[in-house]
Design a protein around this ligand. Structure first.
Ligand SMILES: [Zn+2]
Length: 246
C-alpha cells in the first residue's frame, strides 16, 4: 500500500456498491483520476463531506494496483453552495465540462485547473455577470490550450485596420474575410483575455450589450479550437425559457 495526496476538485460523484461513491477528481498532481470513497453514503460517515460534487481541497488516499481509496480530506474552498443556485450550478457544470475536455488522466494541467478554480471562486464571491465570466473562461481556455487568438493584426493578411471582425476558423481578428462583428471595447477585451497575467484576468468591465457579442465569440472560438460543442448551458436556457416543458 502506498499513500498519496491530491489537491483538486470533485467533478462527478456516483453511487457505487452498498454505501460507497466513486469520485472523479481533477487534481494538480495527476490530472483526472478516480477515487473510491468507502462507506460515505452511510449515516454519520466521517468523509461524506469530501464525496460531494464541487468539493475542493486535499484528498488523502491509499493506493494499490493503480486504484485509490479515500482515507482523509480537508476543504480548501467551499463551492458546495453553488448547487443551491440553479443558474450558477449550470454554469459550474459548463466550466467543468470544458475543463474535463482539456485535463486528461495522468496529464496534469496546472494552468487549466487554476483557471477552473479561480472562475468558480469569482462566480461565488463576486456579482460578475455570468455571461461575461463564461466568455472570459472560454477564451482563456483557448489561450491555455495553445490557441491564443490573434488580436493586434489581421490573422489572415497581417495588416492592422480600424474596422476588424472576429473569425474563429482563421484564429482571431481579421480584416479581409468575413467574421463576427466586434466593436473597439470588445476587441480590447479579447486582447486582454489573450495576453494579461492571471491576476488581471477578471478585471474586465463591459456593458451588457457587448457582453452578449463577446460570449458568442468565446463559445464559437472554443468550439472551433477543441472541435466539439458543450451543451450544459443549453439545458439551463431551455429550462429558463420554456419552464422545463420543452
Ligand atoms: Zn486581412
Amino acid at each position: 500500500m502506498d499513500y498519496a495526496k491530491f489537491r483538486g476538485i470533485v467533478i462527478r460523484s456516483t453511487d457505487y456498491g452498498e454505501g460507497d461513491r466513486l469520485l472523479t477528481i481533477l487534481a494538480f498532481e495527476k490530472g483526472m483520476l478516480t477515487i473510491r470513497a468507502k462507506g460515505v453514503r452511510r449515516k454519520g460517515a466521517k468523509l461524506s463531506h469530501c464525496a460531494q460534487l464541487f468539493f475542493c481541497g486535499d484528498f488523502e488516499c491509499v493506493s494499490g494496483k493503480g486504484r485509490y481509496v479515500l482515507t482523509g480530506g480537508s476543504r480548501l474552498y467551499d463551492y458546495t453552495g453553488i448547487a443551491d443556485d440553479l443558474e450558477k450550478y449550470y454554469h459550474a457544470c459548463h466550466f467543468i465540462e470544458i475543463a474535463s475536455a482539456v485535463i486528461m488522466e495522468d496529464q496534469p494541467d496546472d494552468d487549466m485547473l487554476r483557471l477552473l478554480l479561480n472562475t468558480m471562486h469569482v462566480m461565488i464571491s463576486s456579482g460578475m455577470d455570468l455571461d461575461l465570466l463564461t466568455a472570459i473562461y472560454e477564451l482563456r481556455t483557448a489561450v491555455i490550450t495553445g490557441f491564443a487568438p490573434v488580436t493586434g493584426e489581421c490573422a489572415v493578411c497581417g495588416k492592422t485596420q480600424d474596422e476588424m471582425v472576429f473569425s474563429p476558423d482563421n484564429g482571431g481578428m481579421v480584416c479581409c474575410v468575413p467574421g463576427m462583428p466586434v466593436d473597439k471595447e470588445t476587441a480590447k477585451a479579447i486582447a486582454h483575455i489573450s495576453s494579461c497575467e492571471d491576476g488581471k484576468l477578471f478585471s474586465i468591465r463591459l456593458p451588457k450589450k457587448q457582453i452578449a457579442g463577446l460570449k458568442k465569440i468565446g463559445t464559437k472560438y472554443l468550439e472551433f479550437v477543441l472541435d466539439r460543442k458543450f451543451g450544459k448551458l443549453e439545458g439551463f436556457e431551455r429550462y429558463n425559457n420554456g419552464g422545463g416543458s420543452g
